[in-house]
Design a protein around this ligand. Structure first.
Ligand SMILES: Nc1ncnc2c1ncn2[C@@H]1O[C@H](COP(=O)(O)OP(=O)(O)OP(=O)(O)O)[C@@H](O)[C@H]1O
Length: 395
């Protein structure tokens, strides 16, 4: 909940703090740039003040909830707190805590977490916490039976005192964490539109890599709804990256999928993955992307057993990143819901089944190469050259 009168959002980052001063300065700059872009994209009024270590958003009381959402959708942000701003002096801070308390406290234990960025202030954090705690107690004791618990309180009243202002908050909302978008090289994300691949793409974006989305159209095994679903998931991801071009490479793969279905029984699904990776490699070469991201998870499907991943991965020299490798489906679904791609991914796509009745779980590369079409890689190159570009934001 926001303290009444909150018009500022304190923004905290995490991994950026482990960097050297110059890298940290660069990454903080990127984070602020993206936060500003997210606010502009969502028409949130206000500005981001770039203060060393702790940027903040100055906005209006009416827009503080939207500013908080923008902050907690920005990669690199660990948490954010809406706060009221008061004069950085002992009495005004204590008075403001007493004023906030009846709105923010509804019973149970509480604590005051006071910090001073400016160590020259004429009071200590402990003195402030003690006087603030007493003021809060007195403000609520008629209506409640308050207790103080410094280790695990039900309510925390946060106070950050800096040289120009003090910030008071009662809520800390988690952000995505990770690193600012653009702090790592781009990667090609193979997006099927299913539940897993958009989450995998989000995970590398969260660690700083912009994505180049690639969707392989499956012809009679896919269809317009399948394709629309994939584009929709990219559109949802684009909300997190307003400064980035998320144009989808739509690669026509229908002929090859049909050919694999007609000519291969065992290993068909493995060759199809190899075809995808090869396409991704070609797109990476065009876009200077440094890796391939997929939504594969160990053992989730027959094509994702440890043996089969070893066989399929041999199709490319580029590293294949599988951020979901060790995640359970339930966790992935929860993640998809949280990032807002689940609904798109569960739009009925009405596609035909490509998998054969008897699936391969223990592929061997030599055996696969003996039955795989000799021209599989040429097919991938030629399909990529026929790719069309789809801007998901333009739909
Ligand atoms: N038509 C497609 N176009 C682009 N990439 C695809 C396509 N189909 C699958 N992929 C990629 O291959 C991975 C494995 O696909 P598969 O259908 O076996 O797995 P999945 O775990 O169900 O993934 P998803 O839920 O993303 O469809 C996907 O996560 C995705 O990265």
């Amino acid at each position: 909940m926001h303290p009444p009168g909150a018009d500022t959002v304190l923004v905290r980052h995490g991994d950026i703090n482990t960097k050297s001063t110059s890298v940290k300065r660069y990454m903080e700059g990127l984070l602020v740039e993206h936060l500003e872009a997210l606010m502009a994209d969502r028409s949130v009024p206000g500005s981001v003040v770039r203060e060393w270590n702790r940027p903040r958003i100055e906005t209006t009381e009416g827009a503080v909830a939207d500013a908080l959402d923008a902050a907690t959708d920005t990669f690199g942000v660990v948490s954010a707190s809406p706060c009221v701003t008061v004069e950085p002096a002992f009495e005004p801070i204590v008075d403001a805590l007493a004023e906030i308390a009846p709105e923010a406290y509804d019973g149970g234990s509480f604590a005051v977490d006071a910090r001073r960025a400016d160590k020259d202030l004429p009071f200590t954090s402990q003195e402030l916490a003690k006087a603030g705690g007493t003021a809060i107690w007195e403000a609520v004791e008629d209506a409640f039976d308050p207790t103080v618990d410094l280790d695990d309180p039900d309510h925390t009243f946060g106070v950050e005192v800096r040289s120009d202002a003090a910030y008071l908050y009662t809520d800390t909302v988690a952000g995505p964490g990770g690193l600012p978008l653009g702090s790592q090289a781009p990667m090609v994300a193979l997006i099927s539109g299913g539940i897993d691949s958009p989450v995998a793409a989000y995970e590398v974006m969260r660690r700083g890599s912009p994505i180049v989305p690639v969707y392989v159209a499956l012809g009679e095994y896919g269809g317009p709804d399948h394709e629309a679903r994939a584009i929709e998931t990219v559109r949802s991801l684009a909300r997190y990256a307003p400064t980035r071009d998320l144009t989808v490479y739509r690669v026509p793969g229908g002929d090859t999928v049909s050919h694999l279905a007609e000519t291969m029984e065992q290993g068909r699904m493995l060759s199809l993955r190899r075809f995808f990776y090869r396409i991704a490699e070609h797109v990476a070469a065009k876009t200077d992307a440094q890796g391939i991201v997929t939504g594969e998870a160990l053992g989730q499907k027959s094509s994702q057993t440890a043996q089969n991943l070893a066989v399929t991965s041999r199709a490319t020299d580029l590293p294949i990143h599988r951020p979901l490798l060790a995640m359970d489906k339930e966790t992935i679904v929860e993640r998809a819901r949280n990032i807002g791609t689940y609904r798109d991914s569960t739009i009925p796509a009405g596609c035909n089944r490509i998998a054969p009745d008897r699936v391969e779980t223990n592929g061997r590369v030599e055996q696969l190469l003996a039955v795989e079409p000799d021209d599989l890689y040429e097919r991938a190159a030629s399909a990529t050259s026929e790719a069309t570009l789809i801007d998901p934001r333009g739909r």
